[in-house]
Ligand binder design. Structure first.
Ligand SMILES: *Cc1c(COP(=O)(O)O)cnc(C)c1O
Length: 370
């Protein structure tokens, strides 16, 4: 078969073990998954209500233009309906951007480590990938600028960055945008936007007016708790949206997802509550790290990357056998860390107790060796 050479070198996404499998393997009663930055409070009651009342025929295609959801999101974000593109998760918007702008004679600039889908899609399109190491968990914007040349078509910024949780301050972003050539698309992935508290976090939606080469990505998968319904969106000026639309599948967002997103936006009280609880949860982890002298990045997201100074896979395995699933930093470019999603106060207490057990066991090991 004449496969694209890029495709031959890629591995399919490795889904984690199923909860059932882990329970059986380790004889556990319950498992807490703090691995995928899902909302521990689920989704708004309003969403559950609309799913219960769902009465549209399953035989009918969804509204390909997502008209009602489009109006709702446009009003909520404060942009025109023509300044939005919807995707089957923001993952699909990343794919649409890549299909539209990347190919073997182009290059793309991104941070490392960051969200893996930028790189993954660039590989499929055969574009040259220029990765710029993070500095203290933050994008090295100067380094990224230096990598941009006349063949660069897309620059990816993830803020807050997954997996570090570090964000790009407004002044730095604007300075960067001022220096990027106008024919290079800058993608700002704001999957954790609703969790951010920093005062100097940029109002990037305002920036789409002045910077015609900017697209902002948001999602209903994180704070809104709709990861299973797959709705994400991009915000950009009309020209960019018009150019991206042909690469979008006609019925890419589903009817239940569209209706649920509308209900979810209607319940901002739920969003505010989740944000507030997330802040408190982060404090639990900060306290733990300080007590145990572990280094971490202060996070603007709903996750925290903690450096145990040992093998991340070992920490992962220790936690797994005791009922907690996290992401090992090994797969994320931080081999001595794990990334933990902030859960409910009880879940956080639970996993922190096990992490303390792990550290105590390491201390005993260390004492024995001496
Ligand atoms: C979770 C996540 C996404 C993907 O979100 P979906 O809308 O579920 O596809 C995109 N970007 C980042 C940085 C994420 O962490």
């Amino acid at each position: 078969m004449k496969w694209k050479s890029a495709v031959q070198q890629l591995k399919p996404y490795q889904p984690g073990k199923s909860i059932q499998e882990v329970k059986r393997q380790y004889g556990l009663e319950s498992i807490t998954k703090l691995a995928s930055n899902e909302n521990p409070y689920g989704s708004s009651e309003a969403v559950k209500e609309s799913v219960r009342n769902f009465s549209d025929s399953l035989a009918i295609y969804p509204d390909g233009y997502a008209t009602l959801m489009r109006t709702t999101v446009a009003n909520h974000v404060g942009v025109k309906e023509t300044e939005l593109i919807f995707g089957n998760g923001s993952d699909e918007i990343i794919q649409i951007i890549s299909r539209s702008l990347l190919h073997p004679t182009r290059n793309t600039v991104l941070a490392a480590p960051t969200f893996p889908q930028y790189r993954h899609n660039a590989v499929i399109e055969g574009a040259e990938i220029r990765e710029v190491e993070l500095i203290d968990g933050a994008h090295d914007l100067t380094g990224m600028l230096a990598q941009i040349d006349e063949n660069t078509s897309v620059v990816w910024l993830c803020t807050p960055n997954n997996p570090t949780g570090v964000y790009i301050p407004s002044a730095d972003l604007i300075d960067f945008l001022d220096r990027v050539p106008e024919d290079v698309l800058v993608v700002i992935d704001e999957a954790y936007f609703e969790y951010v508290e920093a005062d100097d976090y940029p109002d990037s939606v305002k920036l789409i007016e002045s910077y015609k080469n900017l697209i902002v990505l948001r999602t209903f998968s994180k704070i809104y708790g709709l990861a299973s319904l797959r709705i994400g969106y991009g915000i950009a000026n009309e020209e960019i949206i018009r150019m991206l639309e042909p690469a979008r599948e006609p019925f890419n967002t589903n009817t239940m997802g569209q209706l649920s997103a509308i209900s979810a936006i209607g319940d901002q009280e739920f969003v505010a509550k989740c944000k507030q609880e997330n802040r408190k949860g982060l404090q639990q982890y900060y306290r733990f790290c300080e007590e145990e002298n572990l280094s971490y990045y202060p996070s603007q997201g709903n996750f925290i990357l903690i450096d145990f100074g040992t093998d991340g896979d070992e920490v992962f395995q220790f936690l797994l056998e005791r009922g907690f699933i996290v992401r090992s930093g090994n797969a994320l470019g931080f081999p001595s860390s794990v990334r933990v999603t902030v859960g409910s106060p009880e879940q956080n207490d639970g996993i922190i107790a096990i992490m303390k057990e792990y550290l105590a066991s390491k201390n005993r090991e260390g004492a024995k060796m001496q």
